[in-house]
Design a protein around this ligand. Structure first.
Ligand code: FPP
Ligand code: MG
Length: 291
């Protein structure tokens, strides 16, 4: 995504620009989807740059809210530069990216701005849900739709508008992919190791985030396992506790259930991409993370 990165850098002057260079690039799923849907023209790169910059702003703020010391394997900006700076850089990223939406039609601007309202509310709900052990699957799914899926849904819808394609179809594709993406992240938090994750394993439960495999395990567990699970909520999990939790989640079938659900959503997305090999490949890249 060379073009997208160049546009993102061009949004800012030094010293703000340095933060675009400083934060390791992620998977850029949103840009890859936009460019796979809108296959021609320079405006797709501008749309990608706007969305990636908004995403980056949200991560700067999210790391402060989650007190996450690392991001993509590097120290978080609030760790290296302090929380005040990370908040301000996030504000600058977010507001400059927003101002660039003026180059698009009002429907596209509405779709992207409503998605940002959703992700902000999703983050609020995430924090609220993390205050106690949440066992409600529907509440969890609604929160991850808002926090993660809404911006991916909006990216696909806006790209479809740009390409003169069926926007409803691509919005549905993005929404399914977004939920699948978050559930895969949830699974990786349990089965992954610190080196690949770029953050500690089993971090979600330590942060109070009761993700889908944990909710399912809670509901299927017997009394002893359930109380052990509850006792780990909000604590740093290592050694025997970490081994017990990983094994229990695998053996109860909770991981597999989440994996199957993510795959079902991915299949849905791939069906909506019918016949578009490039777009299906972006979806497949997601599946390969949990194989
Ligand atoms: C990561 O979730 C966080 C998000 C996807 C959204 C965060 C949104 C805000 C902080 C609202 C502010 C928005 C702007 C535009 C300034 P996670 O913590 O589950 O994932 P992680 O493990 O990658 O941190
Ligand atoms: Mg976080």
């Amino acid at each position: 995504m060379k073009e997208t990165n160049e546009i993102m850098r061009g949004f800012f002057e030094p010293p703000i620009r340095e933060y675009i260079d400083k934060i390791p690039a992620g998977k850029q799923l949103r840009s890859r989807l936009i460019c796979a849907i809108a296959k021609e023209g320079d405006k797709r790169f501008l749309l990608s740059a706007i969305v990636e910059t908004i995403h980056l702003a949200s991560l700067l703020h999210d790391d402060i809210i989650d007190d996450a010391k690392t991001r993509r394997g590097a120290p978080s900006v609030f760790v290296t530069d302090g929380a005040k700076k990370a908040i301000m850089i996030g504000d600058i990223f977010y507001s400059v990216a927003f101002s660039k939406l003026a180059a698009f039609d009002s429907l596209t601007a509405k779709i992207i701005s409503e998605a940002v309202a959703k992700l902000s509310y999703g983050e609020f709900l995430d924090v609220e849900l993390s205050k106690s052990f949440n066992t409600d699957r529907q509440k969890y799914e609604n929160m991850i739709y808002l926090k993660t899926s809404a911006l991916i849904e909006a990216s696909c819808e806006a790209a479809a508008i740009l390409a003169g394609k069926d926007r409803d179809r691509y919005a549905r594709l993005g929404a399914a992919l977004g939920i699948a993406f978050q559930i895969i992240d949830d699974i990786l938090d349990i089965v992954g190791d610190e080196a690949t994750l770029g953050k500690p394993a089993l971090n979600d439960l330590s942060e109070g985030k009761v993700t889908l495999p944990l909710i399912d395990f809670y509901h299927s567990a017997g009394e002893n396992d359930r109380s052990k699970l509850l006792s780990l909520f909000g604590k740093k999990i290592s050694g025997d506790d970490a081994r017990w939790l990983k094994t229990a989640l695998e053996q109860s079938g909770a991981i597999d259930k989440s994996r199957q659900y993510a795959k079902k959503l991915l299949d849905e997305a791939k069906n909506l991409a019918a016949g578009d090999d490039e777009l299906s490949a972006v979806a497949d890249a997601l599946v390969s993370r949990i194989k």
